[in-house]
Unconditional design. Structure first.
Length: 250
């Protein structure tokens, strides 16, 4: 299996599902672990899937749908026929989505806020190497400034009291993202140094970024995220837990 063949297979891959049990998908995922270019493509694909998942969850059922189904239950044959049509339509929609979504997102999703949020969450979850390991916040700011990454960020008072463990510089659309790593004090798995991450980027670099200082809370994968803007910066704080967990840090 080469890289292009793996991409075709992984177009059908949905993160955090039973898809990993498919032998072809498992083989393509294994190849991505050895191929940095394929791994980068896979990160973008997973970010697109997560963004779609969030959008689908926001779609409300039509008003009166439940009552309509109950009232038509007596017409059993008609319901069966209707269900067959719905299944066929849904199947056609899924096929169209699988084929067209990568093309559509390639042109416009990479500059959207939802994809940015999903990609930064993926960065925190997939494992990363800190560029600087230190418990000194002054050294972190100095390192970021020396490397032309956002360093003039403003921390909420509760977050400013949380211990830092280091930082890394990530990339988004050719712009630098400051990733500041914290440790809340909860027990960590072996080998992990952080369980709380703050991403800072120039707000104009992320299309559709929220312009308000009031945090937006969204669950992405197993992390809860809080995103807000202050001055010319966009902030995103991620950790495991629920909304109340992260509210206490703002």
């Amino acid at each position: 299996m080469n890289r292009e063949e793996a991409k075709i297979i992984l177009l059908l891959y949905r993160p955090e599902t039973a898809d990993t049990g498919d032998p072809q998908i498992a083989g393509a995922l294994a190849l991505a672990k050895r191929d940095p270019e394929l791994a980068c493509w896979l990160d973008e694909h997973c970010a697109r899937q997560n963004a779609l998942r969030i959008k689908f969850r926001q779609i409300a059922a039509p008003a009166g749908l439940k009552e309509q189904i109950i009232s038509e239950r007596a017409a059993h044959e008609k319901i069966i026929f209707w269900r067959q049509k719905v299944v066929l339509a849904a199947a056609a929609a899924v096929v169209a989505l699988v084929i067209l979504a990568p093309l559509w997102f390639h042109s416009r999703a990479d500059d959207t806020f939802a994809i940015y949020r999903s990609r930064m969450v993926s960065t925190a979850l997939r494992g990363y190497a800190m560029d600087l390991t230190t418990d000194n916040p002054v050294q972190i700011r100095a390192y970021l400034a020396q490397n032309h990454a956002p360093a003039d960020y403003v921390l909420p008072a509760p977050l400013d009291k949380v211990a830092v463990t280091g930082c890394a510089i990530e990339s988004w659309q050719g712009m630098k993202v400051s990733m500041i790593c914290f440790r809340t004090g909860k027990p960590l798995p072996p080998g992990e140094q952080s369980d709380l991450w703050l991403f800072v980027i120039d707000r104009d670099s992320v299309k559709n970024a929220p312009a308000t200082a009031a945090p937006q809370f969204v669950q992405v994968n197993r992390l809860v995220t809080a995103t807000w803007s202050q001055g010319d910066k966009l902030y995103m704080l991620d950790t495991e837990g629920d909304e109340q967990t992260i509210r206490r840090l703002l």
